[in-house]
Each structure stands twice: as structure tokens, then as C-alpha cells.
Write a new protein. Structure first.
Length: 58
């Protein structure tokens, strides 16, 4: 992973819904530990996107 800030979102492929779980997450030693899934009985995909600096606080 690049040494930059990421936004983490869970995606539910059954409903098409997203849940933002964290912003401005920086990898440590090239890795990010994922947050717990919103529910344990459904399918979820964790999406890590490079955070756009313009999305951050002003």
C-alpha cells in the first residue's frame, strides 16, 4: 500500500449499500488492519480508497 491516507468502506454486494468506517487511515508497515464487519452473517467487501486531500477537513 502507498504511504498515504485511505478511506475505508464496507460494501454489501447483496444490497449495493456502502458503510464508511474510517477516513484518514494511514498504513503501518504497508498494511491496514481491517475494521470488524458490520454484520457477521452477510457478505461484505472492504474497500480501501486513496483519500482525496480535498475530501478532508478544511
Amino acid at each position: 500500500m502507498l504511504p498515504t491516507a485511505y478511506k475505508l468502506r464496507w460494501f454489501d454486494p447483496r444490497t449495493g449499500d456502502y458503510a464508511v468506517v474510517a477516513e484518514d487511515v494511514e498504513p503501518l508497515a504497508g498494511r491496514i488492519d481491517g475494521p470488524p464487519k458490520p454484520t457477521t452473517n452477510d457478505d461484505w467487501i472492504l474497500i480501501a480508497e486513496v483519500q482525496d486531500p480535498s475530501d478532508g477537513p478544511s
